[in-house]
Design a protein around this ligand. Structure first.
Ligand code: MRU
Length: 345
């Protein structure tokens, strides 16, 4: 099943509205930057690579909406919106990586007429999308070599087609392994508070005819103890130079459990998810979200309205709990501080 999570269509950004899944597959068209900012913040578009791709098209939209005739004014208009988009979500480095690429195009093309720069920006945003597609395929290919026939894989959140421009990172490994003829079973953690596992991963896996079973996050330890899990595969929003990886809240729990039960724990990430400027996971900004996301489940109140809430959207898995990191350039192992240097080239 081919899913087009983000696309530039007739001068607008077309997104699958992921807040409506799994019950309704509808597109949201963004023709102004505020709508895109809201779509990123409210997780209508989510998943690190998809956020980066959407933001790249955001810079294209900002350029399209600018009425400026001089380069100086044009650049000012576009940079203002790029800064605004950067404020939408702090953790996924892909957002900043993609927008920095767009800024570079603005600088490199400064001698060209504004209309030409607009075209160059669109070409760059489409390149970001296409490169992501290629990276998904390569990660899938490397990662699927780690998977044996009849493996039972545990995953969290959604690191699939809905989070990328192709078939995902962690789920890309599952799809490739299946395409290679391996029989795979997946356990998807529901992923409280926003249920990306229950809503999105289950939707995707069922559409792709993968043998998938939904569990509550709190059931993972029991599955591992009952020897029902062979490997854990997850995505990431940002990896520091020592291999510490930020991902959806609950990932760290799974890594600790996997270590205790001697189950391999793999992180799958394109090079756009690495932030080699950061020394360690403690430097990764972790998004904290509204308390209502925990007090409620999709609008239905489940806790006293005055309950105090702590709602970090991501956690950091220390590198020593990660068996290997699968990228489009190959599989990296400990010590990451050394092995990840190769990614720079
Ligand atoms: O809050 P979300 O849904 O954007 O969080 C997404 C994740 O945590 C994914 O695992 C991560 O972005 C990797 S997606 C290939």
């Amino acid at each position: 099943m081919r899913v087009e999570t983000v696309k530039w269509v007739n001068g607008k950004i077309r997104l699958i509205d992921q807040t409506l899944l799994p019950h309704s597959l509808k597109y949201l068209y963004c023709s102004d930057i505020k709508t895109l900012w809201d779509a990123i913040y409210t997780l209508r578009v989510r998943g690190a690579p998809a956020i980066g791709i959407a933001a790249g098209f955001g810079a294209v939209l900002a350029a399209k909406l600018s009425k400026a005739r001089t380069y100086a004014q044009f650049k000012k208009d576009v940079i203002k919106e790029i800064r605004y988009l950067k404020s939408s979500r702090p953790t996924a480095i892909n957002l900043f990586w993609a927008l920095e690429r767009m800024e570079k195009v603005l600088d490199l093309q400064k001698k060209k007429p504004v209309e030409r720069i607009k075209k160059a920006l669109l070409a760059e945003a489409n390149r970001i999308l296409k490169e992501d597609r290629v990276m998904c395929r390569k990660m899938g290919s490397f990662g699927s070599d780690l998977v044996k026939n009849n493996d039972r894989i545990l995953t969290l959140c959604n690191a699939g087609a809905l989070a990328t421009s192709d078939y995902g990172t962690a789920l890309g490994v599952v799809y490739t392994a299946k395409a290679k003829g391996k029989n795979i079973k997946v356990y998807a953690c529901e992923t409280r508070p926003l249920l990306q596992g229950a809503r999105l991963t289950m939707w995707e896996l069922l559409k792709n005819k993968i043998d998938a079973t939904l569990i509550c996050d709190s059931m993972a330890a029991t599955l591992m103890r009952q020897k029902m899990v062979d490997k854990v595969f997850v995505g990431t929003d940002r990896i520091a130079s020592n291999g510490d990886a930020a991902n959806k809240i609950g990932t760290y729990n799974l890594a600790v459990l996997a270590k205790y039960h001697r189950i391999p724990f793999y992180v799958v990430a394109p090079s756009s998810s690495f932030d080699l400027r950061l020394k360690c996971g403690g430097d990764i900004p972790i998004e904290e979200r509204r308390g209502d996301e925990v007090r409620e489940v999709f609008g239905k109140k489940i806790a006293p309205i005055n309950a105090k809430v702590y709602n970090p959207a991501f956690d950091v898995t220390p590198n020593d709990l990660i068996t290997a990191i699968v990228t489009e350039k190959g599989i990296f192992r400990k010590p990451y501080i050394k092995s990840l240097r190769k990614l720079k080239g």
